[in-house]
Design a protein around this ligand. Structure first.
Ligand code: NAP
Length: 286
């Protein structure tokens, strides 16, 4: 029986917020969140992002639009051109028929704090991110790495299985992990015998959007598990992709849902916005 440590995101998020306050101090930093859905869960999330922004001194404006791609295009172009705006988030879900890549391209890369512009992903994959090249990874993908670092989970030379290959989580995460010298396997819905693959991993990241997908049968004893899934429950709560009861006693660590990757993601979006503002001010993109 292995003791399963709770990989909470609280301390990591708090330390990011502290850094963000320092980066923001004395500056007028502005984040624009473009929302084109009436989805209640999204509205709740955007309100909580606005509150979190206020706490670190960032002015967060929510632009609520009708579900119309032309209106989104116009607002993204306007925010990209506006000198006063430092960060832009295009909130999902998008209206039916809207093309995330096409809209993402309208976000100036140096304001693309959630890595929605395909150019940002290209910069990440090409290994060009750095002081002189502003580019942000999608915040959820980077939050997974930050959370593992905060809990001293080593990555270099370790086998990591990422379950999910979306452009917002799985793919960028695979590249961030490669940059950290992990040996990465990316799994998806066509992976044959998922459990056989994940059982070979030291770290399993579940980002499939399938409640309870990962059980004890998917893990080597002592594996560390990060649960990215945020699946709504009938009672209005959230549940992850990992069957927490099943893996407890087998996994060495498990990130909770809620309270794991989520708070780190929110804190990172604001941290990225503060870094974007520093870049705009010519202070470098650290
Ligand atoms: P997505 O675009 O729907 O992608 C899901 C991925 O999982 C796809 O690559 C899919 O494979 C794979 N998959 C689905 N069922 C599978 C199965 N049975 N076995 C193996 N792989 C399977 O979802 P997403 O946007 O990446 O989000 C994933 C989860 O993370 C969702 O629960 C979402 O709500 C959550 N999320 C959380 C945060 C946060 O801050 N915590 C942020 C963003 C997303 P195919 O490619 O073959 O279809």
């Amino acid at each position: 029986m292995t003791e399963t440590v709770d990989l909470s995101g609280a301390a990591c998020a708090a330390s990011l917020r502290e850094e963000t306050r320092g980066l923001v101090a004395g500056r007028d930093v502005r984040l624009v969140v473009v929302v084109a859905t009436e989805d209640e869960g999204t509205a709740w999330y955007v309100r909580s992002l606005g509150r979190a922004a206020a706490k670190v001194g960032i002015d967060c404006e929510t632009v609520q639009l009708a579900p119309d791609a032309a209106a989104i295009r116009a607002r993204l172009a306007e925010a990209s051109a506006a000198e006063r705006v430092h960060g832009i988030i295009l909130q999902t879900p998008l209206p039916p028929g809207a093309d995330a890549n096409e809209l993402g391209r309208l976000i100036a890369p140096y304001k693309d704090v959630d890595g929605a512009n395909p150019e940002s992903l290209g910069t990440l994959v090409a290994g060009l991110r750095g002081k002189d090249v502003p580019a942000f990874a999608p915040a959820t993908a980077e939050a997974v790495v930050r959370l593992l670092d905060a809990h001293d989970v080593p990555l270099a030379g370790r086998r990591v299985a990422v379950v999910g290959r979306s452009t917002v989580v799985g793919k960028p995460l695979a590249h961030l992990l490669l940059d950290r010298d992990a040996t990465v396997t990316v799994c998806h819905s066509k992976t044959a015998d998922l459990a056989a693959v994940t059982r070979t991993a030291d770290v399993v990241v579940a980002a499939a959007g399938r409640p309870g997908l990962i059980t004890a049968a998917h893990l080597a004893p002592g594996a560390v598990v990060v649960d990215v899934g945020t699946n709504p429950t009938p009672d209005g709560g959230l549940t992850g992709d990992v069957d927490a009861e099943s893996v407890r006693g087998v996994a060495a660590g498990l990130s909770p849902v809620p309270g794991g990757v989520g708070p780190v993601t929110t804190a990172l979006l604001l941290h990225n916005t503060a870094r974007a503002a520093r870049f705009a001010a010519g202070a470098g993109h650290q």
